[in-house]
Design a protein around this ligand. Structure first.
Ligand code: F0G
Length: 351
């Protein structure tokens, strides 16, 4: 049978109500790409795979949970969804809502959303509202408004988002025929790490696939789970994870502890260096936040805290590089201009 999206493939394993009516863009089924060049660069002698979630329909991992949340809302005839977002959730919510003929409202922190995400939300027809505040302020507001009005909240506080998101852990186990030894991923509002851990645990119970150790990585300027307290004014170039009060912070800490992993911080320059490295060594361009998991892995290997030798490591790359092109082009020297003449071209490329 042709592929019909994550609810069709794994719905029987997800805790979603019977009234759910599938709204899908055939999300999921993303490639697990072996990254030998990068593994070699990081010291080698281990298997590294990139779970390239930027290849989902709206360019980020959010589509897995969004198909579940919107399908549930659609099935009970909800008409409007709302979310707070650093950008990717907004684009995903807008796309799935439109496909269901529903309205979407997205609250974003003013001036801090990457161009490709804002453009997506607008293109898919969301009502986009900028909040003169942070993601955390916007999240508080959408919780308040959905307590008061019949609008469906599709942030990852919504349990169906977590259910749908678990499917990525299932896919990894299906492809590798077991869980990896380590799973590295960025952490912002902490829905994704919560979902992976739940997914791996569920699959292990069903199929004895084993459990990974989980390395969650926050940006150093937005690292409440590393610091042990909320961050009032989070700042990072990885705007997707510019979050100071993660809604599922407790569960993220629990996932790290139960899995014998940890949550660490990577600096903006470590994140951006890894973004470039991944693109140049493997041809995989991800948005800055998506490189955080790998940046954390590099930090842990370099400091000797993580011995990857002989291990299988999966790094989740959550969003496509095209989401945030400005981060690459803003400091870029303009490509040289030459006349349309062969000798001019030869001079440049042959020196
Ligand atoms: N990577 C990307 C590209 C993201 O967009 C996000 C979160 C994360 C990682 C972190 O995932 O929040 O589940 O811990 N983006 C949200 C948004 C906050 O609004 O798009 P998390």
């Amino acid at each position: 049978m042709t592929y019909q999206g994550v609810l069709s493939k794994y719905g029987h394993l997800l805790d979603i109500p019977p009234h759910t009516r599938p709204v899908t863009l055939l999300e999921g089924n993303t490639p697990l790409i072996q990254a030998d060049n990068l593994s070699h660069h990081l010291g080698g002698e281990f298997e590294l795979f990139i779970k390239y979630e930027g290849l989902n329909p709206t360019g980020s991992f959010k589509d897995r949970g969004m198909t579940a949340a919107v399908s549930e809302a659609f099935g009970r005839n909800a008409t409007t969804v709302i979310c707070a977002s650093t950008g990717n959730t907004a684009a995903s919510a807008a796309a799935y809502a439109s496909r269901a003929g529903m309205k979407s409202i997205v609250l974003i922190p003013q001036g801090k959303v990457a161009a490709g995400k804002l453009a997506g939300a607008i293109a898919y027809g969301a009502q986009v509202i900028q909040i003169d505040g942070s993601f955390d302020d916007a999240l508080t507001m959408v919780v308040e408004i959905t307590n008061k009005h019949p609008i469906c909240l599709v942030n990852s506080i919504n349990p169906f988002r977590i259910e749908g998101q678990k499917t990525s852990a299932f896919e990894i186990c299906d492809v590798l025929e077991s869980a990896p030894d380590w799973l590295c991923l960025p952490v912002g509002n902490a829905g994704n790490i919560t979902a992976y851990w739940a997914g791996f645990k569920q699959y292990n119970q069903l199929k004895s696939t084993g459990l990974p150790q989980v390395l969650g990585v926050q940006a150093a300027g937005a690292a409440p789970l590393v610091l042990g307290h909320a961050v009032e004014n989070p700042e990072t170039v990885a705007t997707a994870i510019r979050i100071g009060k993660p809604a599922r912070g407790e569960q993220a800490l629990q996932a790290a502890e139960e899995s014998k992993g940890r949550i660490i911080a990577a600096s903006d320059s470590q994140i951006l260096d890894m973004q470039k490295l991944l693109a140049r060594l493997e041809g995989i361009w991800v948005e800055p936040a998506s490189a955080a998991g790998l940046a954390g892995l590099a930090i842990e290997i370099a400091s000797g805290k993580l011995n990857a030798k002989g291990k299988r490591v999966v790094a989740v790359c959550t969003g496509h590089g095209l989401k945030d092109p400005d981060i690459i082009t803003k400091d870029m020297a303009k490509p040289r201009i030459v006349p349309p003449k062969l000798d001019a071209l030869e001079e440049i490329i042959l020196g």
